[in-house]
Design a protein around this ligand. Sequence first.
Ligand code: DOR
Ligand code: ZN
Ligand code: ZN
Length: 366
Amino acid sequence: MTTLKLPGMIDAHVHLREPGGTHKESVTSGTAAALAGGVVGVLEMPNTNPATTDADSFTLKHKLYRSKSRCDFGLFLGSDGRNLDALNKLGNRAAGLKLYLDNTYGDLCIQHPALLEPIWERWPGPGPICVHAESTQSLSQALSLTARHSQRLHICHVSREENLRLILAAKEQGLPVTFEVTPHHLFFTVEDAKRLGPFGMMKPSLGTPHDREALWQHLDAVDCIATDHAPHTREEKLGAEPPPGVPGLETALPLLLTAVDQGKLDISRLIELTYLNPLRIFPITPPPDTWIEVDPNARYQLSNCSLQTRCGWTPFEDMWVLGRVVRTWFRGQMAFELGKICAAPGTGHDMVQGFPVNQTEFRNHT
Ligand code: DOR
Ligand code: ZN
Ligand code: ZN
């Protein structure tokens, strides 16, 4: 078999559920899923229990990752708008600051728009302010704050044409704005949501065929592809109030390689979107001696049976794809080979280096 050697992906948006939700996923199972999917670095969101908003919760999560992560990692801080002193102290240990401007899973949300301005005034960086901003109103607010303050803004999981247009206009004005799209918004629409029921429910929800087309049409302006890996158990999804979110770490690369085969993007653009650009946007260093081998000719159906994620299902089940991760080499060792995880928990390092304050100032302006 001829394999293709690629850089391992850096996924800038995952929810590995530890602490507080290890029945859905844990650091060990989630980072196993990462390696199986060709992902060698994950940036973890703060909406865990406890939420990552102060020194105690940050240190607790950091210790968990240092001892359990099988791939490299970075941690986001979160805010309810009332933890500015903690953010100031911890900023340079984090991949960035994540703000929830609209309600989603968990209770970490900025409840009043007036709480936003002080955050834009005081976030020390060096990572960007990242926003879950689904409504056009929330997004406009984040963009206008960014126009008035010296901060970089990263917009998570853009899924609607209307929001995409606002972001493109902001970029054209020269605002320091970047954005990501997810595989589920690139490959599914509301039609799939009907078929999938709760297993196709996430926030932002799946868009219209028109929205999806707009994402592909403007792929040249997209900064990165991130999975928003958000596992929940089957039982939870089938319950009375299914939580939003779908897993994605193990399906992103096969889907993207399939899109390469279909001529929707080329390999060098795929590498930009999944590796080079995350390294430009976030204050992180990738693991050395690390790469993946893919079989670009393997044609198969994605299946729930072959997953490492603890939740045990994928919304892409049965989809035909072209391209399989055969091996993941991580920090000089074979970490995954043909369905088998070899990397031990605790082999992952923190990708966030931390910067002296004077460099923080510099990085905020680049
Ligand atoms: O669908 C989602 N699930 N969207 C989010 O913003 C949060 C995530 C989760 O944590 O489950
Ligand atoms: Zn979100
Ligand atoms: Zn998310």
